[in-house]
Design a protein around this ligand. Structure first.
Ligand SMILES: Cc1cc2nc3c(=O)[nH]c(=O)nc-3n(C[C@H](O)[C@H](O)[C@H](O)COP(=O)(O)OP(=O)(O)OC[C@H]3O[C@@H](n4cnc5c(N)ncnc54)[C@H](O)[C@@H]3O)c2cc1C
Ligand SMILES: *[C@@H]1O[C@H](CO)[C@@H](O)[C@H](O)[C@H]1NC(C)=O
Ligand SMILES: *[C@@H]1O[C@H](CO)[C@@H](O)[C@H](O)[C@H]1NC(C)=O
Ligand SMILES: *[C@@H]1O[C@H](CO)[C@@H](O)[C@H](O)[C@H]1NC(C)=O
Ligand SMILES: *[C@@H]1O[C@H](CO)[C@@H](O)[C@H](O)[C@H]1NC(C)=O
Ligand SMILES: *[C@@H]1O[C@H](CO)[C@@H](O)[C@H](O)[C@H]1NC(C)=O
Ligand SMILES: *[C@@H]1O[C@H](CO)[C@@H](O)[C@H](O)[C@H]1NC(C)=O
Ligand SMILES: *[C@@H]1O[C@H](CO)[C@@H](O)[C@H](O)[C@H]1NC(C)=O
Ligand SMILES: *[C@@H]1O[C@H](CO)[C@@H](O)[C@H](O)[C@H]1NC(C)=O
Length: 599
C-alpha cells in the first residue's frame, strides 16, 4: 500500500473528474496498481480492484473517451465503427498471409476507452465447456475449468429483456446467465420474422444435422439457437457503460488518464537475492502530447493492452525472444521466447443468397424514409431495427460430419466432440452479392472456423515502441483449416436444401456444388477474412513450464509484480467471439490479485 499517494488522492478527488484528459491534472504518478489499457478487460479489472477503498489504481488508455457517440452506442452502427481508419481504431494491417493468397487484412482494434468492447459486433458467446476444461489441462490449474469460470461469466453479466420486450421463453435458459452483473446481455430486439422463421423451420425439418439449442452459452453450444448480444435497453453495453458507471467513476481511488500511450516498462531492478527474487520493473513509461512520463506501481503493473498491445509492450520492455530483441538493439530483461507466439484467430468466409422477400436490411438502404424512421425510432425509444448489430438473430455451432474426409486426413483440433468446428451467423443482409450497390434483397450465411489449427504471431520490426508491430495471423498455414472450411461450406448448402427455403432463396453468391474439392479449398483461401478474435500472444502455461508467458495466476514468468490481464493469456482461441472470455479473465484476475494482497 502507498500511503502518500492516497493522501494526495483524497483531496484531488474533490476537484477533478475521474477521467483525466490531461496528464497535468493527474494529482500523482504513484499508485498501488497501474493498469495499461482501459479496454474490455482493463476497465473490468479496474472496477473490481477499486471496490477496496484502500488501494489506488491508475488506468492508462491511449485512445479517447467515446462518450455518448451514437456510432458506438447504436448497435446497428457497429459495422461502421469497427472498421479500419476511424478515430476509434488502431488501424493495423496484417502482413500478407501466405496461406491466403498473400492477402493483407485490415486488422482494426478498439482505440478508445472500452477498447474492443466499444466497437465490436456485440455477439455474446462463451464457447464450449470443453474449451475451458482444456485450459485447465494446459495450465494445470482447475481454476480455469468450465465449472470454475461459470460463476465469473455470471458475475460479469446481467440477462435483460430484449429491446422489443418479446417473450423469451424457450429462446434462452436464464439459469445459465447472470442476474446482476455490469454487462447487459439480451436477445435480438427486432424480429426479422420471415428470415428467422426459415432458420427455425430448418431445425424442425433437419433436426439430426441441425438441432435447435435453446442456449448456446450453457457450455454445450452445438445446434442452432437465438443470438445473444451485449445490448441492454437497445444500446451497446461495453466495459465503460457496464464497469465504469457513474458510481464507479466517482471513486476517489480510481484515476483514468486518456490519450496516454504506453511505450514500455522501465527501470528494471536486478534481483536482490539471486536467483530466488526475480526482476521487477520500477515504472511504466507513457507518452502524453509530445512528452514522456513514468508512472509507478507499489504493488503491481498490469498489462491489459489486448492481444497486440500487450506483447508489443512486453517486447519493447525487453521481455521476449532474446535473439530477436538483441537484433533490434533492445536490452534483454528476460528471455521468454513465447511472447507474441501461439496467436490463434478465426477465419471467416460465407455464402450469400439473393432472396424473394421484402424483409431484408437492404430496404433500409434503398429507401431513405425507412432508414430515417428507423433511426428516429431508435433516437426516441431505443427500439426498432437499429437495436440489433449486423443484424443477426440466430447462430449455429456445428461440427464436421462424422464421416468427414478432413477429419480422416488431419488430427481434430477441437477439445472434444461437444465442441464445434464452425459457427454460422444467419443475417437478413447480403449486400456484396451485387457489388457495392444498388442493393437488392439478399441474406448471408457467414461461416467461421472456430477450431483453427494454424498459429500466428505478433513480432517487432523496429525498436520504436510507437511503431506498429508485425501481425501475422498465420491463416491457413495448417492445411486442416482450409480443408475444414471448404467441407464446412457444404453444411450451408445442406441447410439451404431444407424444403422450407424453396421460393425464398433465389441465387447463391457461388454455387459450390459445381466446384471440385480442390477448387473449394482455393476459394476458401482467397475469400476469407479475420474475425478479430485473436488470443494467445501472452499465453498461460503451467508454473515452471519452459514455454508460455504467464503462469495460471497471470503473473509474467520470472518477473515480479507484473501480470497480464486480457485475452492475450488465453492459450487457444475458444469456439466463441472473445469478449465474454475477456471479462472472465478480468473477473478471475481481480479475485487472484485481491487474494494475494489481502484486499
Ligand atoms: C472489429 C471487432 C469486432 C469484434 N466483434 C466481437 C463480437 O461481436 N463479440 C465478441 O465477443 N467479441 C468480438 N470481438 C473481440 C473482442 O471484442 C475482443 O477479443 C476483446 O474485447 C478484447 O479485450 P481485451 O481487453 O483483451 O483488449 P481490448 O479491448 O482491445 O483492450 C485493449 C486496450 O488497451 C489500449 N491500449 C493498447 N495499447 C496501448 C498502449 N500502448 N498504451 C495505452 N493503451 C493501450 C487499447 O486502446 C484498448 O483500449 C471483436 C473485435 C473486433 C476488433
Ligand atoms: C486511425 O485512422 C484514423 C483516420 O485516419 C485516425 O483518426 C486515427 O487517429 C488513427 N488511429 C491511430 C491509433 O492512429
Ligand atoms: C488500415 O490503416 C492503416 C493505417 O492507416 C493503413 O496503412 C492500411 O492500408 C489500412 N488498411 C486497409 C486495408 O485499408
Ligand atoms: C454501478 O456499478 C456498481 C458496481 O458494479 C453497482 O454497485 C452500482 O449499483 C452501479 N450504479 C449504477 C448507477 O448503475
Ligand atoms: C504453444 O502452445 C502449446 C500448448 O498449447 C505449447 O505446447 C507450445 O510450446 C507453445 N509454443 C510456443 C512458441 O509458445
Ligand atoms: C438522433 O439524435 C441525434 C442527437 O441526439 C441527432 O443528431 C440526430 O439528428 C437524430 N437522428 C434522427 C434520425 O432522429
Ligand atoms: C457421409 O455420409 C452422408 C450420409 O450420412 C453421405 O451423404 C456423404 O456422402 C458421406 N460423405 C463421405 C465423404 O463419405
Ligand atoms: C455477404 O454479405 C455480407 C453482408 O453484406 C458481406 O459482408 C459479405 O462480404 C457477403 N459475402 C459474399 C460471399 O458475398
Ligand atoms: C416469391 O414469393 C411469393 C410468395 O411470397 C411466391 O408466390 C412466388 O412464387 C415467389 N417467387 C419465386 C420466383 O419463387
Amino acid at each position: 500500500m502507498l500511503a502518500p499517494a492516497l493522501t494526495i488522492l483524497s483531496f484531488a478527488a474533490v476537484s477533478f473528474g475521474k477521467l483525466y484528459e490531461r496528464v497535468a491534472d493527474l494529482p500523482t504518478l504513484q499508485y498501488d496498481f497501474v493498469i495499461v489499457g482501459g479496454g474490455t478487460s482493463g476497465n473490468a479489472l479496474a472496477s473490481r480492484l477499486t471496490e477496496n477503498k484502500n488501494i489506488a489504481v491508475l488506468v492508462l488508455e491511449a485512445g479517447p473517451n467515446p462518450g455518448g457517440d451514437l456510432n458506438v452506442a447504436v448497435p446497428f452502427f457497429s459495422n461502421g465503427v469497427s472498421a479500419n481508419n476511424t478515430i476509434y481504431s488502431w488501424n493495423y494491417t496484417t502482413i500478407p498471409q501466405v496461406g491466403a493468397n498473400g492477402a493483407a487484412y485490415p486488422f482494426s482494434r478498439g482505440y478508445m476507452l472500452g477498447g474492443c468492447s466499444a466497437h465490436n459486433g456485440l455477439a455474446y458467446t462463451r464457447g464450449s465447456a470443453a474449451d475451458y476444461n482444456r485450459y485447465a489441462t494446459i495450465t494445470g490449474d482447475q481454476g480455469w475449468s468450465w465449472n470454475s469460470v461459470l460463476p465469473y461469466f455470471k458475475k460479469s453479466e446481467k440477462l435483460v429483456p430484449p429491446a422489443d420486450n418479446h417473450d423469451t421463453t424457450n429462446q434462452v435458459t436464464p439459469s445459465v446467465h447472470g442476474t446482476s452483473g455490469p454487462i447487459q446481455v439480451s436477445l435480438s430486439g427486432y424480429a426479422w420474422t420471415e428470415w428467422q422463421g426459415h432458420v427455425l423451420q430448418t431445425t424442425k425439418e433437419l433436426p439430426n444435422d441441425f438441432p435447435f439449442n435453446q442456449d448456446y452459452n450453457s457450455g454445450k453450444p452445438l445446434g442452432i439457437g437465438y443470438m445473444q448480444s451485449t445490448i441492454g435497453g437497445g444500446q451497446r453495453s461495453s466495459s465503460v457503460t457496464g464497469y465504469l458507471n457513474s458510481t464507479v467513476l466517482a471513486r476517489s481511488n480510481l484515476h483514468i488518464l486518456l490519450h496516454a500511450q504506453v511505450s514500455k516498462l522501465v527501470n528494471p531492478v536486478a534481483s536482490r537475492v539471486v536467483p530466488t527474487q526475480p526482476t521487477a520493473f520500477g515504472g511504466v513509461q507513457f507518452k502524453f502530447g509530445g512528452s514522456l512520463y513514468v508512472a509507478s506501481a507499489s504493488k503491481e503493473i498490469i498489462l491489459s493492452a489486448g492481444p497486440i498491445g500487450t506483447p508489443n509492450i512486453l517486447m519493447h520492455s525487453g521481455v521476449g525472444d532474446s535473439v530477436a530483441l538483441k537484433q533490434l538493439g533492445i536490452t534483454v530483461v528476460r528471455d521468454l521466447p513465447s511472447v507474441g507466439k501461439n496467436a490463434s484467430e478465426h477465419p471467416y468466409t460465407g455464402l450469400n443468397w439473393s432472396v424473394n422477400s421484402t424483409q431484408t436490411v437492404e430496404r433500409m438502404f434503398t429507401n431513405p424514409d425507412l432508414y430515417n424512421s428507423a433511426f428516429a425510432q431508435w433516437n426516441k425509444s431505443h427500439t426498432g431495427p437499429f437495436t440489433d448489430a449486423g443484424p443477426g438473430t440466430m447462430l449455429a455451432w456445428l461440427r464436421l460430419p462424422k464421416n468427414s474426409t478432413t477429419l480422416k486426413a488431419y488430427p481434430d483440433p477441437t477439445p472434444d466432440s461437444t465442441s464445434p468446428h464452425f459457427e454460422i451467423l444467419f443475417q437478413p443482409t447480403g449486400t456484396d452479392i451485387y457489388g457495392p450497390g444498388p442493393y437488392a434483397p439478399a441474406v448471408s450465411f457467414t461461416m467461421a472456423l472456430v477450431s483453427p489449427a494454424s498459429r500466428g504471431s505478433v513480432t517487432l520490426n523496429s525498436n520504436d515502441p510507437f511503431a506498429a508491430p508485425t501481425i501475422d495471423l498465420g491463416f491457413f498455414t495448417n492445411p486442416f483449416d482450409a480443408a475444414a472450411l471448404a467441407e464446412g461450406l457444404k453444411l450451408v448448402t445442406k441447410i439451404t436444401s431444407a424444403p422450407n427455403w424453396k421460393g425464398y432463396l433465389v441465387t447463391p453468391s457461388l454455387d459450390i456444388t459445381t466446384l471440385s474439392d480442390a477448387d473449394l479449398v482455393a476459394h476458401v483461401r482467397s475469400v476469407s477474412g479475420p474475425g478479430y478474435h485473436l488470443v494467445g500472444t501472452a499465453g498461460m502455461s503451467p508454473i515452471g513450464a519452459q514455454y508460455g508467458v504467464v503462469d495460471p495466476n497471470l503473473k509474467v514468468k520470472g518477473i515480479y509484480g507484473l501480470r497480464v490481464v486480457d485475452v492475450s493469456v488465453v492459450p487457444i482461441v475458444p469456439a466463441a467471439h472473445t469478449q465474454a472470455v475477456a471479462y472472465v479473465v478480468a473477473e478471475r484476475a481481480a479475485d487472484l490479485i485481491k487474494q494475494q494482497w489481502n484486499l
